[in-house]
Design a protein around this ligand. Structure first.
Ligand code: NDP
Length: 276
């Protein structure tokens, strides 16, 4: 894999997903979003992660249209839980919002057994993939059991599982399962979703050693473990900081040190107990 801002991960179907993406969850102000997208493009990002439920697909669509060529950017969006049985209509709506006729990656946002029907949704996503309107399809917040059930019903494995992952919550069992089945992995909340302060003290020695920030140490670890990672920031200087992780390499011992920080601390919901 190349070691620069254009580094990408190859999915089983050959589609390349840029390893670094810009997350835009909770970015509700269009001015703020446009500043973030512009800063990200300037820093070399070529990947944006949004979702229908974020309510900003239309803003992302306008920013992409105004600031770059559609073909130069990888767009991920997600199907919301209440739309599992209307996945095709929801997909069309996302395309319209994003002002595009295809997405690069379409994900089922949550298995959501409480309100949704992820098996039905997965069958539709498999059809959308076959139609070419989604270059790749996958899932998010799925455990191995959810993937097995959906894949058995549709005869088709996801290209990607996007899950919470940071040093305090490393998803090691899911990683083993996905590697075995050639399913790529994306780390959401790669910096702990605003709880960086809970990790930074443990990483300060490494930050000093490499002359980097704690955030950069975490993102470099995400990269060296072969995960896609999608840090969110609306601050141009942090967007740039989060991209400057390709000019150093964590040693094996330092990777082991971070691996040992895993303590099962999840900040988001668990798919099995979520009631939405
Ligand atoms: P992150 O782990 O990316 O952390 C974002 C927070 O960290 C923000 O408060 C941001 O503040 C701050 N931050 C960013 N960079 C730095 C830095 N260099 N130094 C200090 N603070 C920093 O959290 P998210 O939960 O937003 O996850 C990222 C993306 O993952 C989301 O935006 C979304 O696209 C996706 N996601 C997907 C989910 C799913 O269910 N599939 C669930 C949650 C997230 P500021 O903006 O002020 O810089």
């Amino acid at each position: 894999m190349r070691n620069d801002i254009n580094a990408s991960i190859k999915l089983t179907n050959g589609v390349e997903i840029p390893a670094l993406g810009l997350g835009v969850w909770k970015v509700e102000d269009e001015g703020e979003l446009r500043i973030a997208v512009k800063a990200a493009l300037r820093a070399g990002y070529r990947h944006i992660d949004t979702a229908a439920v974020y309510g900003n697909e239309d803003m992302v669509g306008r920013a992409v249209e105004d600031f770059c060529d559609r073909k130069d950017i990888f767009i991920t969006t997600k199907l919301w839980n209440t739309e599992h049985e209307r996945a095709e209509a929801a997909f069309e709506k996302s395309l319209k919002n994003l002002r595009t006729d295809y997405v690069d990656l379409y994900l089922i946002h949550w298995p959501s057994p409480a309100v949704g029907n992820y098996v039905a949704a997965w069958k539709t996503l498999a059809d959308l993939y076959k139609s070419g309107r989604a270059r790749a399809v996958g899932v998010s917040n799925f455990h191995a059991g959810h993937i097995e059930k959906a894949a058995d019903a549709a005869g088709f494995l996801p290209h990607m599982d996007q899950v919470e992952r940071h040093p305090l919550f490393q998803q090691k069992d899911l990683e083993i399962y996905c590697r075995k089945n050639n399913i790529a992995l994306t780390a959401y909340s790669p910096l702990g979703s605003g709880r960086l302060d809970q990790m930074a003290p443990k990483l300060q020695t490494l930050a000093d050693k490499y002359g980097k920030t704690a955030a950069q140490i975490i993102l470099r670890w995400q990269f060296q473990t072969g995960w896609v990672f999608i840090p969110k920031s609306v601050k141009p200087e942090r967007i740039s900081e989060n991209a400057h992780i390709f000019d150093f390499e964590l040693s094996g011992d330092d990777m082991d040190y971070i691996a040992a920080l895993d303590c099962g601390t999840r900040f988001a919901h668990d798919a099995d107990s979520a009631q939405f």
